[in-house]
Write a protein that binds this ligand. Structure first.
Ligand code: NAP
Length: 338
């Protein structure tokens, strides 16, 4: 990173509390945008052009904006995923990116389990029968769901969130756990009896496949038509990772032609999901509007962690939760040598 400025200038985007803004204002000049829209976009870009740091959720930065922000040194995102940021360009400029892991793990695992319950027991579809006045007779076999307990849960990406979902499945619902991850997870194997599989093996064996990998070039369309074809026709897919981990048109095809039974989706290739998308109306899909971490408690904790990450840098205590620290260090060292 570049040298410490005389006075830090921070651009903050939704959503920080008054107390969080006050904490930042103790050490920096803060320009806060509660919301970004066409009427304040120019003000935002002007503030960014002078800023040393940027903090917020859903930061929509691109290379052209970075060109106009020559003093930027730190980006503190209020999210654990950072696939929305142009990491390569940030790395090239030695701009540190900090994220908010751990504080959202349990809440996102709750969301995944809510989707698992909903797709197995057809909760939304059947609750709508009642809401719409269509519950006219005892529920028959055509409305039966599928058990959750005892079914095999396949975790794709057994990191923080994947492990928390596995724990719920194994300890709460007696589910055998399969997982696939870049590295083996001996702790999950010992504590939960989880078994590591290749992705192809997991897809073939699991009754519920739950996606928890980060989105990047390696995981783009990780679940494509071939992968869906390996799943059991009775199986369900749950995605709390990122929409583009799945080839959405292949998924629509698989759901339409009963190649798999159902899907529970919190994330989509395009968000918000278009009302025209078949995923918004298919009876065997439960779609939620990217609510993985969206509880009062967790969103507050995420914003606080992002503020703490930024304050750590601004007050000279070094980076916390930096996702590209090594690259930033290399860029700083190279700059010193020239
Ligand atoms: P994490 O702890 O880094 O876990 C990611 C896991 O994916 C790790 O176990 C990693 O393996 C594995 N992995 C990475 N690339 C892989 C590949 N190519 N093949 C197989 N496994 C791979 O991250 P997390 O905190 O659990 O978060 C995971 C993702 O969830 C985030 O990146 C974000 O996109 C998403 N998320 C969504 C919501 C929501 O609102 N729906 C909320 C929070 C997070 P290793 O452990 O071996 O490295």
């Amino acid at each position: 990173m570049a040298e410490k400025p005389q006075k830090w200038r921070v651009v903050a985007l939704r959503r920080l509390s008054d107390a969080q803004l006050a904490a930042l204002s103790q050490v920096a000049e803060v320009t806060y945008f509660e919301d970004l829209n066409s009427s304040n976009q120019a003000d935002f870009l002007l503030a960014l052009s002078k800023a040393h740091a940027l903090i917020g959720g859903k930061l929509e930065l691109d290379e052209a904006m970075l060109e106009q922000a020559p003093q930027l040194q730190v980006v503190a995102t209020i999210s654990v995923g950072y696939d929305h940021l142009p990491l390569h360009a940030l790395n090239q400029r030695g701009i540190l990116v900090c994220n908010t892991p751990d504080v959202l793990t349990e809440t996102t695992a709750d969301t995944a389990f809510a989707l698992i319950m909903a797709v197995q027991r057809r909760l939304v579809e059947l609750a709508n029968l009642v809401r719409e006045g269509d519950w006219r007779a005892h529920i028959g076999i055509e409305h039966f769901g599928i058990d959750v307990h005892g079914k095999t849960l396949g975790i794709v990406g057994a990191g923080r969130i994947g492990a928390a979902i596995a724990k719920r499945g194994a300890l709460g619902f007696g589910m055998p756990i399969l997982y696939t991850s870049a590295s083996s997870k001996p702790e999950l194997e010992q504590r939960l009896g989880a078994q590591r599989r290749t992705l192809d093996e997991l897809l073939a064996e699991a009754d519920i496949v739950c996606l928890c990998v980060p989105y990047n070039t390696d995981t783009h369309h990780f679940i494509d038509a071939d992968a869906l074809a390996r799943m059991k026709p009775t199986a369900a897919l749950v995605n709390v990772a990122r929409g583009k981990v799945v080839d959405e048109s292949a998924l629509i095809d698989a759901l339409r032609y009963s190649k798999i039974r159902a899907a529970g989706l919190d994330v989509f290739a395009q968000e918000p999901l278009s009302a025209d998308s078949p995923l918004s109306t298919m009876h065997n899909v439960v779609a939620t509007p990217h609510i993985g971490s969206a509880t009062h408690e967790t969103r507050t904790a995420m914003a606080q962690l992002a503020v703490d990450n930024l304050l750590s840098v601004l007050t000279g205590h070094g980076s916390r939760n930096g996702v590209n620290e090594d690259t930033c260090q290399r860029v700083a060292n190279a700059a010193k040598e020239t």
